[in-house]
Every structure is written in structure tokens, then in C-alpha cells.
Design a protein around this ligand. Sequence first.
Ligand SMILES: O=C(O)c1cc(=O)[nH]c(=O)n1[C@@H]1O[C@H](COP(=O)(O)O)[C@@H](O)[C@H]1O
Length: 304
Amino acid sequence: MIDQLINKIKATQNPTVVGLDPTYAMIPTFIKEEMLETYGKTPKAVAEMFLQFNKAIIDEVHDLIPSVKPQIAMYEQYGLEGLRAYIETIAYAKAKGLVVIGDVKRGDIASTAAAYAGHIAGVEIEGVHMDLWQEDAVTLNPYMGFDGIEPFIKACNDYHRGLFILVKTSNPSGKELQDLLVDGVPLYDKTADLVSEWGELAMGTMGYSEIGAVVGATYKEQGIELRKRMPHTFFLVPGYGAQGGKAEDLKDYFDKDGNGIIVNSSRGIIAAYQKDKEVTEKEFAIAAKKAVLAMRDDLQGVMR
Ligand SMILES: O=C(O)c1cc(=O)[nH]c(=O)n1[C@@H]1O[C@H](COP(=O)(O)O)[C@@H](O)[C@H]1O
């Protein structure tokens, strides 16, 4: 995964991952009306709204970006139909050649984590292997330590998949735990050292591990410190746009070759039409493309 992601970032010159985090409020009226008419006031109607919304945006931006990151929570709240939309969104993005990061934030005891790893390892039934989710990478929560991570590492090596493990999150209350001092060192640094160590178990060929870290754009000083502390760990950087993160804060998150991070924006891109006075709601995908181009220019301005 990580070599493919780095190559796609180089090919597009765009270290941007578009977060496909649809909400009912984001769906343009004309799509809402069509699906409610067809499927009634049902979870299936919403699933179809999300799918049509996502596909139109993917069609418009797939050649400008390396990757998308669907956030499973937005889909699973609508039950089985929502999860179908999640899985079909992934399949559609993969068919367009995009690297898909499943934002599922899993973490549990080893036996449970082995089941969760099915997201990137697939399952085997009587000798028949099937990859039912098709994510290239998933996000993980390291709160339960290596037990919860190890089962995923096998998939990284067996199926060239990747991980992005929470280290310093973009949200305001992350500091309640992540900034606690352990022997005078912030917990996020301790977590960083563990993620770096785990990363040696699944290295790519371009200097970065298949096991990356999530480092928010909203804590610049810590992000810069973590870049130095984790030279072989690729960063998934959420917090740009809707959460206030800015490109100029990210200059020193990049490594000396202008590589090393991919920056996520979800609401700032997929809901751009709701703030863009120059487009109609039918042009929501055009607005998303405009937001992707603006973000690309932003980031190119700070990459070395
Ligand atoms: O794991 C993540 O992607 C994540 C970690 C983090 O620290 N902060 C964070 O916002 N995220 C996710 O990144 C996305 C941010 O969405 P926007 O704020 O709309 O760009 C959401 O899907 C969050 O769940």
C-alpha cells in the first residue's frame, strides 16, 4: 500500500486524500427527492443517496487525487444498507485506481483484532479466500497496545495492505490522554515510538513503513516534532479545512523530499457546494473538484 500511495502522490503531485464522510444534510435536494421517491423513507434510500453522491464526486476528482478515505461511521449508522453503500463506494473507488483508506479505528484483544483484520486480510471459507471489504489500509486505535495491532501486520505483509495508527489526533480533547507525561515524555511520543517499532515489521521499499501514523494538522508543534521522531512513518494528516488546519502549518510535516504525508479533507471538499455561491447544488461534484484543486495548490505551495 505505502509504495503505491507514494507513487500516486508523485503522479498526481497532490498529497490529498478526500474524506468520503457523507451526511444526510450534505445530500443535494434533487438526489434526496429521487431516492425518497424510489425507496421511501428508508435506510436504503439514504444508502443510495450516499452512493450516488460519492460516485459523482469520485468521477469528478479521481484523476486529481491519489486516495479516498470513507469514514465507516457515516455508513454503519444506517445499518446493513449503509454498510452496503460503504463497500460499494470502496469498490467504485478501487475501480478508478484510487488507494482506499478505510477509516474504521479498530482496536481490541488479539482474538477479536484477528477478526477485525478481515477488513484488509479478507476471510477464507473452506480454502476459498475472499476480500469482502477491499480497503488498502485501515485506521487503528492503539489504546489496547500491540495485541490489537499484530493481527493486522500479517495482512500488511501477506496482502500489501497498510495501517494508520492514532498518535496525535486532531480533536480538542485528545490531549486529555495523549499529552499526559510518562517519565517526563508526552504519551503521544511514547505511542510514536511504539508505532515506529511496529513499523519495522512491515517496511515498504521507498523508506516508509506500511504502518503509518495519524497526526493531526491542528497541533503544528507536535506534528513537526513527530516528523523528526518518526522518520520511516508516513503520516495521515486529518484536520485540514473544516477543523481549522492550514497548509502553512504543514510545511515541516513533509520530509526533505517533500514526501511523508497525505492530508485529509472531508467536509471541506465533499460539502464545498454548500458554501460555493458560484455553483448550483446540481454542480456539487464540480464544487468538490474546485476544492480539491484549491487544496492541491495550497499544499504544493508548502511542499519542498
Ligand atoms: O482517523 C482519522 O482519519 C481521524 C483522526 C483524527 O485525529 N481526526 C480526524 O478528524 N479523523 C477523521 O478525519 C476526518 C475529518 O473530517 P473533516 O474534519 O470533515 O475533514 C473524519 O473522518 C475523522 O473521523
